[in-house]
Design a protein around this ligand. Structure first.
Ligand code: 5AD
Ligand code: SF4
Length: 468
């Protein structure tokens, strides 16, 4: 842990990670071995796993979807809330058990949780059956670490990195929609959040590399891309010689002409007017914004270090609604932040009443060791926090159902993504406003944008029929 960062120095000079440089002779060692990859957490992790999958398949390995069939297990972990960690260790128990009968099984754990020194110490002391540990800044080392496996536990975690990875290859989950990283890390330091510690400082990818990647995705037939960053609005703020910000990048990406362009996540504190103008101007920039509020109380927002007041948030919210007709806006909300009073919680309910969100992800505050909020006094019981979450969810679900009902009887374009898991006779897809739609008679049109007449609205999805 925290050792000098020689590999990063090397990569900075090359600014490029090329898997091809791996020695071809050692490749056969893993040929036809099976790997099982499980991903926890956010889109950033999902996208990192696409990179891991590329590396392993390039080594000649094949992915399997049951742990028991695998020779290599990789867990890409999340640290954002305690329950994410519990899930990882629960799953590790199964892998440990399997290893008793299959001693050659390689267990590898990577991702955000591994950026926490106390977790790595714990693995070193008490989880010796784990063979490989690596962090978020060096997932490109996974193939080498698997190939180099010795009987000793191999831990390589870099505490921080200023490397911007370019020319990375991915085995993407979908050939319809693709993630495109534009920034890595976060500088916002919201007091509850572990991400600035697990993902490091904010750094932007070069604009030419992003535009080249989007063009290549369009040429490969992708219908949709989502620009990805912990806070996309901060794109370009770290460029020294150029004034080129997120609004500029989004406009240039839109001009490439891919059918649908999305982005996540936008922090309200630096959502500019120029950005709203670009969203409004380009038909292929989707009218959907995820705009986390976190709390409706100014005193809690201040303690969270969010950088805006409720009044400023409302002003931004109203401006977006006015300038981008039909826009849908979703949010994230945390209840039970240390010492959140009844009044603070009521203020959160009030902002939900004001914004009538199209959807919201709601969480009970989870204490993350190493963050400033972890040191704050908290006298609110778990029971009260759970009651608040329940009440909030009722309200949030009411508004999301209301918003969905407005679609009934309308005909809307839907990008069909695949076969519905719940009902294999239907296809599922998304409206431009990111509403999930289950579509009868859509299976033959997967991969296309089709017109769908919406027939029924539920809280979290719509049902409809394709219009020929
Ligand atoms: N406890 C609860 N929720 C959290 N989030 C981030 N950190 C925490 C935490 N410590 C939520 C925020 C963020 C979303 C991705 O996860 O709402 O926007
Ligand atoms: Fe965490 Fe705040 Fe950064 Fe989002 S903006 S990743 S909540 S620190």
């Amino acid at each position: 842990m925290n050792k000098p960062n020689f590999k990063d120095e090397m990569n900075r000079r090359k600014c490029k990670i090329e898997y091809k440089e791996l020695n071809e002779e050692i490749k056969p060692a893993l040929h036809n071995k099976k790997f099982f990859l499980r991903t926890y957490g956010c889109q950033m992790n999902v996208h990192d796993s696409e990179q891991i999958r590329y590396y392993l398949e390039a080594l000649g390995m094949q992915e399997v979807d049951t742990l028991e069939d695998s020779d290599v297990v990789i867990l890409n972990t999340c640290a954002v809330r305690e329950n994410a960690k519990e899930k990882v260790f629960g799953f590790l128990g199964r892998a440990k058990h399997l290893k008793k009968n299959k001693p050659d099984l390689i267990i590898c754990i990577c991702g955000c949780l591994m950026q926490e020194p106390n977790e790595v110490d714990e693995i070193e002391k008490n989880h010796k059956y784990i063979d490989i540990v690596l962090g978020t800044h060096n997932i490109n080392e996974i193939p080498n670490m698997i190939l180099d496996r010795t009987l000793k536990q191999n831990i390589e975690v870099l505490s921080n990195s200023d490397v911007v990875y370019e020319n990375v290859s991915y085995k993407r989950d979908s050939n319809i929609t693709a993630w495109v990283n534009i920034t890595y890390g976060c500088n916002n330091f919201c007091t509850y959040c572990i991400v600035p510690y697990t993902r490091g400082r904010e750094r932007s990818r070069k604009k030419d590399c992003v535009l080249k990647e989007v063009q290549a995705l369009k040429d490969a037939g992708y219908k949709e891309i989502t620009l990805l960053g912990q806070n996309v609005n901060s794109y370009g703020r770290d460029f020294e010689d150029e004034k080129y910000y997120f609004a500029n990048l989004l406009e240039d990406v839109a001009k490439i002409g891919i059918d649908r362009v999305r982005f996540v996540t936008s922090n309200p504190w630096n959502f500019t007017d120029e950005l709203i103008d670009v969203i409004a101007k380009y038909d292929n920039v989707m009218p959907y914004i995820h705009l986390p509020i976190q709390s409706g109380s100014n005193s809690i927002l201040k303690k969270m270090n969010r950088g805006y007041t409720v009044e400023e948030y409302k002003e931004l919210f109203d401006k977006i609604k006015e300038r981008v007709p039909g826009v849908s806006i979703t949010t994230d909300i945390i209840v039970g932040f240390p010492n959140e009073t009844d009044e603070d919680f009521e203020a959160t309910m009030n902002i939900v009443d004001y914004c009538k969100y199209d959807g919201a992800y709601t969480f009970i505050y989870s204490k993350r060791v190493g963050t400033p909020a972890a040191k704050m006094d908290d006298s609110i019981s778990q029971e009260v926090k759970e009651q608040r979450l329940y009440k909030l969810n009722e309200l949030v679900n009411k508004y999301s159902l209301e918003s969905n009902k407005r679609y009934v009887g309308k005909e809307v374009p839907v990008l069909l993504m695949g076969v519905s898991e719940k009902d294999p006779t239907k296809a599922y897809g998304y409206t431009d406003t990111m509403k999930l739609v289950n579509v009868e008679n859509g299976i033959n049109e997967i991969g296309n944008i089709v017109n769908v007449r919406i027939e029924e609205a539920k809280s979290f999805s719509l049902d409809g029929k394709m219009v020929k």
